[in-house]
Design a protein around this ligand. Structure first.
Ligand SMILES: Cc1cc2nc3c(=O)[nH]c(=O)nc-3n(C[C@H](O)[C@H](O)[C@H](O)COP(=O)(O)OP(=O)(O)OC[C@H]3O[C@@H](n4cnc5c(N)ncnc54)[C@H](O)[C@@H]3O)c2cc1C
Length: 337
């Protein structure tokens, strides 16, 4: 068995990204993974959070695994400003020297993490789909690379912190533990904040999805083979009848047949439904890397040799849009019966 190193002062930090708290649980997922990894290196799990009136989130982070939360709470921090958040993060890290710093691979994380890594002159593995600790106590970061054609395992042997962004849905959050306790360390706002070069003029919140695709038991995923935006809409109708969520490939999102929220794959979300329907999807590795945990895959494609058809448990050679219409008709009939 691997000997546990118990060096006091080690810590794993998770960046508290709470902007879409109810939809985006990646911070909680990272806290859960950090709790699993921490005993391997004798580390404490910490969250850092900046914002205005963020007590509620601080409590949530503790209830979901954070042992310590560093918090800077000030009305100035109400809106995200990259310069300010960078400065606060850099100073905190230079002061407390965490071993590992994890950030969700959200639009925010993808913008923020490389800047932090650059300032600290450390490495960053973007878009990880796995995190482990090796026998030397180093963070082993698994991420797709070379356009997703290779899965790379990366370590950061010298520089600290070892930094990674991690795709939402890669890990499961811990259940909420209302009895959990943790230290809350209030970090005052410095006097020398940088002058923001970007001013937020207006912010509009998108209506929340009823269910997150990462948690859905049934996902109906559509690709370019659906043919058009109008035909793709059938998948939403089918999802409504089945209580499912709709997923999409990258060309579909680029053609604006579906929102970016629906993107399944290397650049989007990992999913693990009990049933995955896949309509008109070729099965490129950048897409299939995110669906390996589906229990049952039913694929519809006019090409029996498509990679998706090979991967599927049930492969149906048919026109995706026509098959979808027939299935909707059948489902409606059964609902009426
Ligand atoms: C860095 C990088 C990151 C990427 N990240 C992602 C990602 O996160 N997610 C993602 O999905 N892609 C991603 N991609 C793109 C990926 O490589 C593929 O191009 C994409 O997944 C293909 O989407 P598709 O299957 O919808 O389209 P296509 O590859 O065009 O496949 C369409 C499929 O539909 C079938 N078809 C056509 N007409 C019909 C019909 N009438 N009925 C039934 N079947 C039909 C065809 O036989 C084919 O199999 C990424 C690429 C790169 C380089």
């Amino acid at each position: 068995m691997k000997e546990k190193m118990n060096k006091p002062g080690k810590s794993i930090w998770v960046f508290g990204d709470y902007r879409n708290y109810f939809q985006n649980r990646v911070t909680l997922q990272l806290l859960a993974r950090a709790r699993e990894l921490a005993p391997e290196i004798g580390a404490e799990v910490c969250a850092i959070i900046f914002g205005s009136q963020v007590d509620e989130y601080v409590g949530e982070y503790i209830a979901h695994g954070a042992e310590t939360v560093y918090v800077t709470d000030d009305p100035i921090l109400k809106d995200y400003s990259v310069e300010t958040y960078l400065m606060l993060t850099e100073r905190l890290i230079r002061r407390h020297r965490p071993d590992i710093f994890l950030i969700g691979a959200t639009d925010f994380g993808r913008e923020f993490a490389p800047r932090v890594a650059k300032r600290l002159k450390t490495g960053l593995t973007a878009d990880c789909i796995g995190l482990e600790i090796n026998a030397n106590g180093l963070l082993v970061q698994t991420a797709p690379s070379f356009g997703g054609n290779l899965i790379a395992t990366i370590i950061t042997p010298e520089k600290r912190p070892q930094m990674a962004t991690v795709r939402p849905g890669t890990f499961k959050e811990l259940p909420h533990d209302a009895t959990a306790t943790g230290r809350i360390i209030s970090v005052p706002l410095p006097d020398d904040l940088p002058r923001a070069r970007v001013r937020l003029v207006h912010c509009e919140r998108k209506p929340p999805r009823e269910q997150r695709i990462e948690d859905a038991g049934i996902v109906i995923c559509g690709g370019r083979g659906m043919g058009s935006k109008a035909k793709f809409k059938k998948l939403f109708e089918m999802a409504r009848i089945m209580g499912a969520e709709v997923g999409a490939t990258r060309p579909v999102v680029h053609s604006q047949w579906a929102d970016h929220d629906c993107l399944v794959g290397q650049a989007g979300k990992n999913i693990h439904p009990q049933i995955l329907f896949s309509f008109g999807v070729s099965g490129a590795i950048q897409h299939t890397a995110a669906i390996h945990d589906a229990d049952l895959i039913i694929a519809v494609n006019k090409n029996p040799n498509a990679a998706m058809m090979k991967m599927a448990d049930v492969a149906i050679v048919a026109d995706a849009s026509q098959f979808c219409s027939a299935l909707i008709r059948e489902l409606r009939k059964r609902i009426r019966e």
